[in-house]
Design a protein around this ligand. Structure first.
Ligand SMILES: *[C@@H]1O[C@H](CO)[C@@H](O)[C@H](O)[C@H]1NC(C)=O
Ligand SMILES: *[C@@H]1O[C@H](CO)[C@@H](O)[C@H](O)[C@H]1NC(C)=O
Ligand SMILES: *[C@@H]1O[C@H](CO)[C@@H](O)[C@H](O)[C@H]1NC(C)=O
Ligand SMILES: *[C@@H]1O[C@H](CO)[C@@H](O)[C@H](O)[C@H]1NC(C)=O
Ligand SMILES: *[C@@H]1O[C@H](CO)[C@@H](O)[C@H](O)[C@H]1NC(C)=O
Ligand SMILES: *[C@@H]1O[C@H](CO)[C@@H](O)[C@H](O)[C@H]1NC(C)=O
Length: 196
């Protein structure tokens, strides 16, 4: 079961369907990289979709720290029109003592720095771990810069959209030095903000 789930996790295809929606506006308020909150009346973003979400924590022995890795497929239905790449695989690794929550009380891991999941000339997918309370309860932040000159006018036609997602993944394997969680999804990550 362990290896079947891992295979699923690595090989299952991305979803590529998208629900069309409607909205027009600009993001000129979001200049200088500041994230401005978005509302339904302003924009009509579909959520990011996360699938095949794996969390693997392994350690060499009971006194060593776990090395945890989260990996998932990420699809942005909002970017399908003008962007040759509308999905990617993210893979993010950090150390965990197996007990203490990370990123509580307003601090976060790596001081809020993002890791790139995929990068093109002008566009990218990035993520960071906001908090990790337990393996059953952790939060990611996702940012996607893409091209859209239908809803956005120059120079705002490369918006970056942001979502936070709280993940509670089912446990699928546990041993003294190994913990594995997996959810096939899709899990929706609602877009809350945008920057120019
Ligand atoms: C962009 O415009 C298209 C066509 O009007 C619309 O379907 C889509 O929902 C808009 N996207 C956003 C993020 O509002
Ligand atoms: C996820 O988002 C899609 C597209 O907006 C929607 O059709 C679907 O119902 C949502 N699923 C859940 C579980 O909220
Ligand atoms: C556990 O692993 C750590 C890191 O490799 C190593 O330094 C330590 O000696 C190991 N402890 C035992 C009891 O094997
Ligand atoms: C995750 O990324 C690292 C570095 O980019 C790579 O070495 C590792 O093989 C990746 N893991 C998986 C499971 O793809
Ligand atoms: C967060 O704050 C609470 C209350 O002050 C404290 O009990 C807890 O240990 C703190 N967590 C971390 C990770 O610092
Ligand atoms: C996740 O952990 C946070 C911090 O301890 C807590 O506020 C939240 O209710 C937890 N969520 C779930 C679904 O357990």
């Amino acid at each position: 079961m362990y290896s079947t789930a891992l295979l699923l996790c690595l090989l299952a295809p991305l979803r590529t369907d998208a629900a069309p929606s409607h909205s027009t506006t600009s993001i000129s308020q979001a200049q200088s990289g500041k994230i401005v909150p978005v509302t339904k009346s302003q924009f009509n973003f579909n959520p990011f979709q996360l699938t095949n979400i794996c969390l693997d924590c392994v350690r060499l022995n009971t006194t060593a720290a776990f090395s945890c890795e989260v990996m998932f497929n990420w699809y942005d239905p909002n970017s399908i029109k003008e962007n040759p790449v509308s999905s990617c695989v993210c893979n993010y690794t950090w150390a965990w003592d197996g007990v203490t929550g990370i990123g509580e009380n307003g601090t976060d891991i790596d001081n809020g720095a993002y890791d790139l999941c995929w990068q093109g000339d002008m566009t990218y997918f990035e993520m960071r771990l906001v908090s990790f309370h337990t393996a059953e309860n952790f939060t990611l932040e996702l940012g996607h810069r893409y091209h859209d000159d239908e809803n956005f006018t120059r120079p705002w036609d490369y918006p970056t959209t942001f979502a936070q997602v709280d993940l509670q993944l089912p446990l699928i394997g546990k041993a003294e030095n190994k913990i594995k969680h997996y959810a096939r999804g899709p899990v929706n990550a609602t877009i809350y903000g945008i920057s120019g």
